[in-house]
Ligand binder design. Sequence first.
Ligand SMILES: [Zn+2]
Length: 64
Amino acid sequence: MRELNDRIYEILTGTGTEDGDFLCECDDEDCSETVQLTLREYRGITTRLDQTVLSPGHSGASVV
Ligand SMILES: [Zn+2]
């Protein structure tokens, strides 16, 4: 999911958009929820290894 989100981020950056829909990175592989974030918020999440993009009510077990 992170790779897809990174691609989304790159595309959005190229279009000059301020925010967009990113994919939920919860444990459910079939999850297709999206989370609306600004590019700055997404960048803030991805620069911290212990944080993931999550839709409300979804949980990720990516605790190191
Ligand atoms: Zn999810």
